[in-house]
Design a protein around this ligand. Sequence first.
Ligand SMILES: *[C@@H]1O[C@H](CO)[C@@H](O)[C@H](O)[C@H]1NC(C)=O
Length: 289
Amino acid sequence: MVSRSYSRVILFGTFVCFFVGFLPVVSAGNFNQEFDITWGDGRGNILNNGELLTLTLDHYSGSGFQSKNEYLFGKIDMQLRLVPGNSAGTVTAYYMRSQGATWDEIDFEFLGNLSGEPYTVHTNVFSQGKGDREQQFHLWFDPTKDFHTYSVLWNPQRIIFSVDGIPIREFKNLERIGIAFPKNQAMRIYSSLWNADEWATRGGLIKTDWSQAPFTASYRNFKADACVFSSGKSSCSSKSAATSAWHTQQLDLTSQRKLNWVRKNYMIYNYCTDTKRFPQGFPKECAVH
Ligand SMILES: *[C@@H]1O[C@H](CO)[C@@H](O)[C@H](O)[C@H]1NC(C)=O
């Protein structure tokens, strides 16, 4: 009896491994399993059995965490509730980054503001160490009242930043016109809450009000439908990844309209229209993006 059910377990295990080994890993939720608090000396905490993560910032230090896994393509969702009240001078960075001098990076950064004034969502994409591709947005809701979902869709053709399922930015693979695209370097997910009052709010004019400290940002419902990269290998074979919707996903007409709505109404900075910064002409991708 015992040995029979034991062999059944082994059989079942083999069966599961066979399939899981060839599919993108979908991991949901538990912060204890997916992340490590990496700095802040007790200012970052995983709570409620791994369902909630909080980062805090006070006059002495901020805090941060990083994913245990490295990813090479995927759709990665995280819900964040940003620092409420007077958050001027604080920055909550949430990004993916590879290692080394020619790193790739996909950035969300949330710049705090005075009570009632809008947060700025700062985005950037680095490929092989080159960034300088900032776009900034305001949001169509108060990001401090509730949790909202911030997503990165990253496949070999494009990177799409979304907020609550609404695309705010697309960075296309334009290797055909000589622009490097992040596609060979696995990235870890990082987040940190820190003080940047030398520059964050109106170019540093507004200072952090430490009487409001500690400042807290909260995270929940992490979901990675992604290819995990470890020991030089991806959890996805190209064949299986191709069967995942995210792997070939692009903006359909409805999403394109939403993106245009965001750009028209909420985009406050676009490097591709900053003539002062690029007097010799815009970066090549600007003709397409
Ligand atoms: C803060 O609020 C002002 C006024 O509404 C706005 O112009 C600015 O973009 C906001 N964000 C930051 C980071 O200053």
